[in-house]
Design a protein around this ligand. Structure first.
Ligand SMILES: Nc1ncnc2c1ncn2[C@@H]1O[C@H](COP(=O)(O)OP(=O)(O)OP(=O)(O)O)[C@@H](O)[C@H]1O
Ligand SMILES: [Mg+2]
Length: 534
């Protein structure tokens, strides 16, 4: 057989030209150390920060630290399935999660896998879990209300769609309850243009607690428009760390379709602890309270993603309700101060109020919403409804504090105290009973205008319940007018007063007789007591 030299040379030249100087070794690394949900990997020189890694046995991880010779990675699934010497493949993809309407009604882990015992979820789309928030030009100011159905909040700490409002308080003060009631209150908007898609992210909670929440949401028909993302206390720290971003991505999918969404992160203290654990294991330098230096960025890049998109972008919104747990009311600790500074206001819950039976246990004095006011409906902002409610309650508390030291009270002051006490009573609200904003306006109006003064303290809750029923039945004409216009015009106010008067006549709950004493302004009463004492 005769060789043609030219042919051989051209074949070899072709091979040489086609040779790529990219060794596969850069795409495959080797585990050199593994434990506690993290791994050190040798190789993977071209790995990106945040890149998804494929370990053997279908275990996934993510690049966390890029070091000179090695890569530090977190492992999402069972890390005990991985051993030293295992090969790791980089995927070239940043970490993403499945998104889409198929997830509604389901309980999933942060990687979108169902954990509710239901069938596989046939999603077709994915979103990166960690993305840069929309810029200023892509947004518009918050302008529509996100009704929580909780009187004290909708009246005094109103939340707007696209806002970030922190729920903060000690253990067992009703933080989760506020978030869950807010989700339940969206039920009546489901299927209307005011619909809100909800994502509840549970981080580091007991399985039984989360199961309880899911059960409640199911019972109130709220799972139809809700996704629950759970990374429990028993799950690996990396799962707890990424859970809020994954939940946010699932909500963003709807937001970019022009829908209103609500994301609850319950709670970010536990996420910060999981992040601290990972960071310390990967030997990042500890800072204040042993958190790594970038823990602020952990929460800011998450909460920045809450926004109201501009009309050109479809006008969707993502409202964030992060939850933070404090230790003995210590709001000045590291994580609470960080998150307070990132959000647009906070709802502060107090054990003292909770145990005194004031539930929701909101301390109105130091709770605030910095942007939601512009989104509040006009009727609620009316000067006889909620406009002065916060100041009146503050003055009431000051007055009450004075009377505890046994100062003699004149009748007018006593009456003022009675009214304040009834207002506090009227703002109490049981769980799972969100109230329509129109009914809230009527109830608060009745309180501030003295229609509750004649009701015995213990009867206020019943009065309120029966009044709302009456307002919806016999007062339906005025009520639907108010629901339509959302403004308490003088003629409408007169009709509302008429409904309240009628109800006061028919109800058996007006036990006390009215005395013909004019109320003096609260601040005047406080001033008078001050002078009396000094
Ligand atoms: N408005 C309310 N009226 C009556 N009970 C309430 C109210 N809000 C909360 N509770 C009750 O108070 C308890 C604590 O509430 P919740 O679990 O919401 O608090 P939390 O602050 O989220 O607690 P944790 O620190 O465990 O997360 C629960 O038993 C709940 O049913
Ligand atoms: Mg809770």
């Amino acid at each position: 057989m005769k060789f043609k030299i030219d042919e051989i040379v051209s074949v070899l030249a072709g091979e040489i030209a086609g040779f790529e100087d990219r060794l596969a070794v850069t795409q495959v690394g080797k585990v050199i150390e593994v434990g506690d949900g993290i791994a050190h990997i040798y190789g993977l020189r071209q790995a990106m920060a945040g890149e998804m890694l494929a370990f053997p046995n279908n275990v996934f991880g993510q690049v966390f630290n890029l070091e000179e010779e090695t890569v530090g990675a977190v492992i999402f699934d069972d890390y005990t399935a991985i051993k030293e010497g295992d090969l790791v493949h980089s995927t070239g993809q940043l970490l993403s999660t499945p998104v889409g309407p198929e997830l509604l009604g389901r309980v999933v882990d942060p990687l979108g896998e169902p954990i509710d015992g239901g069938p596989a979820i046939p999603t077709t789309q994915r979103r990166k879990i960690d993305v840069i928030a929309p810029g200023i030009a892509d947004r518009q100011p918050v302008k529509e209300p996100l009704q929580t159905g909780i009187k004290a909040i909708d009246a005094m700490i109103p939340i707007g769609r696209g806002q970030r409002e922190l729920i903060i308080g000690d253990r067992k003060t009703g933080k989760t309850a506020i978030a869950i009631d807010t989700i339940i209150n969206q039920k009546k908007f489901f299927g209307t243009p005011e619909e809100v898609i909800c994502v509840y992210v549970a981080i580091g909670q007991k399985e039984s607690t989360v199961a309880g929440v899911v059960d409640v949401l199911r019972r109130y028909g709220a799972m139809d428009y809700t996704i629950v993302v759970n990374a429990g206390a028993a799950d690996a720290a990396p799962m707890q760390y990424i859970a809020p971003y994954a939940g946010c991505a699932m909500a963003e999918h709807f937001m970019w379709q022009g829908k209103a969404t609500l994301c609850v992160y319950d709670d970010l203290s536990k996420q910060a602890q999981a992040y601290r654990q990972l960071s310390l294991l990967l030997r990042r330098p500890p800072g204040r309270e042993a958190y790594p230096g970038d823990v602020f960025y952990l929460h800011s890049r998450l909460l920045e993603r809450a926004c109201k998109l501009s009309n050109e972008n479809g006008g969707g919104s993502l409202t964030a309700l992060p939850v933070i747990e404090t230790q003995e009311g210590e709001v000045a600790a590291y994580i609470p101060t960080n998150v307070i500074s990132i959000t647009d206001g906070q709802i502060y819950l107090e054990p003292d109020l909770f145990f005194a039976g004031i539930r929701p246990a909101i301390n109105v004095g130091i709770s605030v919403s910095r942007v939601g006011g512009s989104a509040q409906i006009k009727a609620m902002k009316h000067k006889k409804v909620a406009a002065s409610l916060r100041l009146d309650l503050a003055a009431y508390r000051a007055l009450e504090a004075f009377t505890q030291i046994g100062t003699e009270l004149d009748q007018a002051t006593q009456k003022q105290l009675d009214r304040g006490a009834r207002m506090v009573e009227a703002l109490k609200q049981p769980q799972y009973q969100p109230m329509d904003v129109v009914d809230q306006v009527a109830v608060i109006y009745a309180g501030t205008q003295g229609f509750l003064d004649t009701v015995a303290m213990g009867d206020v809750a019943r009065w309120e319940k029966e009044f709302v029923e009456y307002f919806n039945a016999s007062g339906a004409a005025a009520r639907s007018e108010l629901a339509r216009t959302r403004e308490l015009t003088p003629p409408l106010e007169a009709r509302l007063v008429e409904v309240i008067r009628h109800f006061s006549n028919v109800t058996t709950l007006n036990k006390k007789t009215v005395e013909g004493i004019d109320l003096k302004p609260l601040d005047e009463a406080v001033q008078q007591l001050r002078t009396a004492r000094s």
